[in-house]
Every structure is written in structure tokens, then in C-alpha cells.
Design a protein around this ligand. Structure first.
Ligand code: C5P
Length: 403
């Protein structure tokens, strides 16, 4: 699935060593379907060449406001009129200062001043430069002027220092550009999500788990963030990166067992929507061994199980009413071998929740694709087979209408 189809992006590059990552960003934006028009400052060309950017984007690169290849000699007007957004990566301290003051002394700064489209900047600089009062003033002014700042991140810097000012990785910038274009239907809302499997220890090295990859829950977390929500993701053992981490709007709590997931989730129910996506083990081990169980001949050990708490049921029991609507609005998930609609709806009623989402198998576990059956008191609605992120976006829109 491409999330930037028909989007025209002007990719501005200013002079900073992080410019070596901008070709990768251009490729990621194009892979998502965007057309990319690069504009470079003079200093940027010391770090990456226009030839590289032209070869990657398939478009001639603009570097000067005096370029007479543009019909009316007004590249600064023409380029922004055609664009859905200007994305600058890296954004140097100098460029940010200029833009915050409305200065326009080269093509990129003139283009930004003359624009009638959103501007997103990924700052990149040494930590002292970032922390300098002047740069902080620029950042604050730009934010007040409606410019979206993507990062910066903290970490190892090209100059050898460690601290705030690193440009976000291209993947993180691309994710945020994609998020920028999504509908903001959950702005200011808090969303709690359980995702992934749980792991029930038998002894320190063995345990019982299931095939849940966590992909659906993580996709819902990303879609909720894209829609503007603050997200708390309670994740069982799965090896997935935290979505849109650099937004600072996601908290991730990693848990192992169902009991841990129950405790972490119940402590976070002060939210507007709860998605129970995790494949929680129904039974835990009554007395996990403290040491590895020895094989001791051929006899298999007898393992005693105990029922795990039902997280969704317990959250649903704590639901209050706010503005005549259930708060939090609880959404369960169901994977059934037979009669999906019937069994899922029974589950919805038994758990006392307004909505349940059936996974229409058979290839949901671990796959990037899924298809869903969304069931509430009014009936059911199928969301056709698609990538999990696309399904998650549709589900978020449905839920946003309910709250
Ligand atoms: O009860 P059952 O496992 O069939 O229901 C599935 C739904 O309940 C899912 O939304 C799942 O995340 C949630 N669940 C839970 N805690 C459990 C078992 C299931 O939150 N112990």
C-alpha cells in the first residue's frame, strides 16, 4: 500500500552533514507514491550533489532563484503552488533562523516565504547549536507560525558528541510525513492498546505462547497516532519497532505474561478508547519452576494450569458513562475457527463491549494482510482484505465516529 499517492512534495535540503541521509528519504517518499522535487541550498551541495538527487527523483534539481529554466523566472512561486507540502531535511540552524524571521535570500528560503502549502522541517545540528537560545527561539517561532518540526532526536552526532540535535532517521521522517496527511479524527484523545502474544513461563527457559505477531495492534497504534491521538501501547513479547516514536505521543509498556499485561493495562484505563488486540493466553502455569526442570528419565512433567484474568472483561467492567457514551469505548478482537460473526457477537455481549472485530482468516497470524468483520449492536460491516495499516486506518475512522 502506498500512503502518499498523488502527493507532490518539495524536498528542501540545507547545509548539514545529515544531508547524506536525504537521498534515502527521497526514495522512501517516492516508494509511498509521492513525486519529489528537490531544492538545495548552496551549502547543501557541499554534502550531497544535485546529480544524486536528480538521478533518484527523476526531476531536475533547483538550486538558484536565478534559474531561467522556469518559464516566468519565478521558481519560488511555481514550486510551492504545485506542492502539497515542503519537507526540509536536514533543516540547519541557519535556515531555521532565517525562516523564523521571514528572511528570503536564496531559492529555498524564498520558496518557504512564498508558499501556500504546509512546511515540515527535520532539524539537524550539533547539540550546542540546537540548545542555543537563538535556535530554541527559532524553533518556537516556527512552531507558532504553524510549521511542523519533525524531531530532532537525541544520540550520537557526526561531530563526536552525544546529545539532542540529530536528524530523525529517514524512515521516521517519512512516517511522520505520511501521518501529517492523515485525517485528524482523534485529536486530543487517549487510546490504550494491547498487542502481541503473551508468554507463560513453565520454568526459566521454557514457556507457552502463541503465533500472534503484534502487527495488527501495532498498526492500530500507528493509525491512532496518525489520527492525532496519544497512545499507550501495552505490548507482549514481539520484535516490532514502536510506531511514530519521535512524535513523543506514544508510551510503550513491554510485558511478558498475561498477568503483567493485565496489571499494566488496568493501570492505564484513563483513556477514551481501548483496543484489546493482544492474543492473551487463556491459561497460565500454576507454579512456574524457579529452576530449569530436569528431564529425569522419560517421564513427562504434569503441568498445572490456572485461568488468566480477562483483561478486556475487567476494563469493560470499569467503564463509566461520559456525555451519554461509554468511556472508554472498548473494542475487542476475535479469531474464531467457525461461525465468526455468531461467535464474535456472542463474545461482544458476554464481555459487555460495544464493538468487536473479527479476524477473517485464515492467514491473519504474522501476515501483513488481514480482513476484518466489525460488529456492533447495529450489525456487521466487512473491511476488505488489505494491509493491516490500511485496515487499522479504516477501523480508527469507524471508532472515531462512535466516540
Ligand atoms: O475471550 P477471548 O480470548 O475469546 O476474547 C478475545 C478478546 O478478548 C480479544 O480482544 C483479547 O485481546 C481479549 N482478551 C483479554 N484478556 C484475556 C483474553 C482475551 O483481554 N485474558
Amino acid at each position: 500500500m502506498q500512503s502518499l499517492i498523488n502527493k507532490k512534495i518539495v524536498l528542501g535540503i540545507s547545509g548539514g552533514i545529515a544531508a547524506y541521509k536525504t537521498p534515502e528519504l527521497a526514495r522512501l517518499l517516492m516508494q509511498e507514491g509521492a513525486s519529489v522535487q528537490v531544492v538545495m541550498t548552496e551549502a547543501a551541495q557541499q554534502f550531497v550533489t544535485p546529480v544524486t538527487m536528480q538521478a533518484l527523483t527523476g526531476n531536475p534539481v533547483f538550486t538558484s532563484q536565478w534559474d531561467n529554466s522556469v518559464g516566468n523566472n519565478m521558481a519560488h512561486i511555481e514550486l510551492s503552488r504545485a506542492a502539497d507540502a515542503i519537507v526540509i531535511a536536514p533543516g540547519s540552524a541557519d535556515l531555521m533562523a532565517k525562516l523564523s524571521l521571514g528572511l528570503a535570500d536564496d531559492l529555498l528560503s524564498t520558496l518557504c516565504l512564498a508558499r501556500d502549502c504546509p512546511l515540515l522541517i527535520a532539524p539537524a545540528m550539533n547539540k550546542q547549536m540546537w540548545e542555543h537560545a537563538a535556535t530554541q527561539r527559532s524553533a518556537e517561532r516556527l512552531s507558532k507560525d504553524g510549521v511542523t518540526l519533525l524531531g530532532p532526536a537525541s544520540g550520537f552526532q557526526a561531530c563526536g558528541e552525544v546529545g539532542m540535535g540529530r536528524m530523525l532517521e529517514p524512515v521516521g521522517i517519512a512516517e511522520q510525513v505520511i501521518a501529517f496527511f492523515q485525517k485528524k479524527t482523534l485529536l486530543g484523545k487517549k487510546v490504550l492498546i494491547t498487542a502481541g502474544p503473551t508468554f507463560e513461563a513453565i520454568d526459566p527457559v521454557r514457556g507457552i505462547t502463541n503465533h500472534s505477531s503484534g502487527k495488527m495492534g501495532f498498526a492500530i497504534a500507528r493509525a491512532a497516532l496518525e489520527a492525532g491521538a496519544d497512545v499507550h501501547l501495552v505490548a507482549g513479547p514481539c520484535d516490532l519497532p514502536t510506531p511514530l516514536e519521535a512524535t513523543g505521543r506514544i508510551t510503550r509498556t513491554n510485558v511478558v505474561s498475561a498477568k503483567e499485561m493485565h496489571a499494566a493495562t488496568l493501570a492505564a484505563t484513563n483513556c477514551d478508547v481501548f483496543f484489546a488486540v493482544a492474543a492473551v493466553a487463556d491459561w497460565g502455569i500454576a507454579k512456574p519452576a524457579k529452576e530449569k526442570i530436569k528431564r529425569n528419565g522419560k517421564e513427562a512433567p504434569n503441568i498445572e494450569f490456572v485461568a488468566n484474568p480477562d483483561i478486556l472483561l475487567d476494563v469493560a467492567k470499569a467503564v463509566k458513562t461520559k456525555g451519554g457514551k461509554p468511556h472508554p469505548y472498548c473494542v475487542g478482537f476475535a479469531a474464531e475457527s467457525t461461525d465468526l460473526e455468531k461467535h464474535a457477537d456472542e463474545k461482544r455481549k458476554r464481555k459487555g463491549i460495544p464493538m468487536i472485530v473479527g479476524n477473517i482468516g485464515p492467514d491473519t497470524f504474522g501476515s501483513d494482510l488481514n480482513q476484518l468483520l466489525v460488529i456492533d449492536a447495529a450489525g456487521s460491516k466487512k473491511i476488505a482484505k488489505a494491509e493491516k495499516l490500511q485496515l487499522a486506518r479504516q477501523l480508527i475512522q469507524l471508532v472515531a465516529k462512535k466516540i
